[in-house]
Design a protein around this ligand. Structure first.
Ligand SMILES: C[S@@+](CC[C@H](N)C(=O)[O-])C[C@H]1O[C@@H](n2cnc3c(N)ncnc32)[C@H](O)[C@@H]1O
Length: 240
């Protein structure tokens, strides 16, 4: 299938099988391209999120965190390092998980779907997801699962790319995201399609208040958001 048609079809269905194939294909170059394309800022966003988690966990002496859509495990690892929590992580892509397990043997990784988490009710103090929920086949079901596995009073922390609201920043960002980034990615990744899908999936995803509404509909008592780095990334915080 031609690249544009493939992107359109995946954006429409977000079928788990196709999402898994795409991430399996990008896995070998994922870390390298992630750091290159975000100019290294992605690690700062993960560290900021883990700092927030530490603050939320407060005096909890044996906190448990679940990192969903963990990919190669970087957010899970930041969470473990900064909060000292026991971290469990899950992803649907076996190839991403092979890399994650090699990098972070101290973290427990599971293969599975966000929409049907293999964990009991109220079993985590905090659930995190970095740059993952945008790809869920069923976003509402995923958010309900985040809510179900959290203990009452527990928090979800979700990072997503953001399209800046300022008109000038927005046009610069879209030029980089839609024209420059796919060309750089195509030089290194087997899947140039994945980097056509990326900006389109961000544009299509509900941001700020629209995503807050989804979190609240999924059962969260309160939800707020914190734009980061000139609104190029956004951290959502929801409380059960
Ligand atoms: C862009 S990567 C993000 C990885 C990592 N969290 C990070 O911070 O770099 C998105 C990940 O979400 C995973 N994913 C997408 N849909 C999923 C689902 N429904 N359930 C579990 N994982 C999913 C993909 O396999 C992929 O590894």
């Amino acid at each position: 299938m031609a690249k544009k048609a493939e992107t359109k079809s995946l954006l429409r269905t977000k079928s788990r099988g196709s999402i898994r194939s795409m991430f399996d294909e990008v896995a070998p170059t994922y870390d390298f391209l992630n750091h290159l394309l975000s100019l290294g800022i992605d690690n700062y966003w993960r560290a900021k999120t883990a700092d927030k988690a530490k603050q939320l966990l407060g005096k909890n002496t044996s906190p448990k965190i679940l990192d969903v859509a963990t990919g190669t495990g970087d957010l899970a690892a930041s969470m473990a390092k900064i909060t000292g929590a026991k971290v469990t992580a899950l992803d649907l892509s076996p190839e991403m998980l092979i890399i994650a397990k090699k990098k972070y043997p101290h973290i427990t990784f599971h293969e599975g779907y966000a929409e049907k988490l293999p964990f009991g009710n109220a079993s985590y103090d905090l659930v995190s997801a970095g740059f993952g929920v945008r790809n869920f086949e069923n976003l509402d079901a995923g958010m309900r699962e985040f809510h179900r596995v959290l203990r009452p009073g527990g928090h979800a922390l979700i990072i997503e790319p953001m399209i800046p609201r300022n008109a000038v920043m927005k046009s610069l960002y879209l030029i980089y995201f839609k024209k420059v980034l796919p060309k750089i990615a195509a030089l290194f990744s087997k899947s140039s399609f994945a980097y056509d899908y990326l900006p389109n999936s961000v544009e299509q995803f509900p941001q700020t208040e629209a995503f807050i509404a989804i979190l609240k509909k999924s059962g969260f008592k309160s939800a707020e958001y914190f734009p980061m780095t000139f609104e190029t990334s956004i951290l959502y915080l929801a409380k059960k």
